[in-house]
Design a binder for this molecule. Structure first.
Ligand SMILES: [Zn+2]
Length: 163
């Protein structure tokens, strides 16, 4: 994807207030991120790991989500699959909960998705990051098709937040 600037990312949040978007933690090393290999940029707040964020560009428009991942010890050892990139991890997939955009979110409505805990989906699909034995099953889809599927899954998740 095209590299995004901190300003673009902060302006792209669809499900938090402008004040929150201004204050939340955006990675300082944006220039060093492997944008060419990313379908979206995902990160955790280093000060508060229960907060996760992702930013992408859909139809030429930057879009970002603020999410919470309630930490629970229950799923830690269970093997589960990321709903965006279809990578399986043992203990490496988290339920990420995004408040819905607008009024629905203010009323407490949210949507959740199981996503790679480190949000490195793009790198797992491309084989740039190792998901461990059995992490990626053999697929008949080409890499491009798998990347397109990640993007389609992500845009469906974003659509459910903004709906
Ligand atoms: Zn993933």
């Amino acid at each position: 994807m095209r590299p995004l600037t901190e300003q673009e990312i902060r302006a792209a949040f669809v499900n938090c207030t402008k004040g929150e978007a201004k204050r939340l933690s955006v990675p300082r090393d944006l220039a060093e991120r492997p944008w060419d290999d990313l379908d979206f940029l995902g990160w955790r707040d280093p000060q508060s790991p229960g907060r996760a964020y992702l930013a992408t560009e859909l139809d030429g428009r930057p879009l970002a989500l603020a999410m919470r991942c309630p930490s629970s010890g229950v799923s830690q050892m269970r093997r589960s699959m990321c709903s965006l990139c279809m990578t399986s991890h043992t203990g490496g997939v988290s339920l990420m909960v995004a408040a819905k955009a607008g009024k629905a979110g203010q009323q407490g409505n949210s949507v959740g998705a199981y996503i790679c805990s480190d949000l490195a989906c793009s790198l797992y699909v491309r084989g740039k990051k190792d998901a461990g034995i059995g992490g990626r099953f053999h697929e008949s889809l080409t890499l491009e098709e798998q990347n397109a599927r990640t993007v389609a899954n992500l845009s469906a998740f974003i659509a459910s937040v903004t709906a």
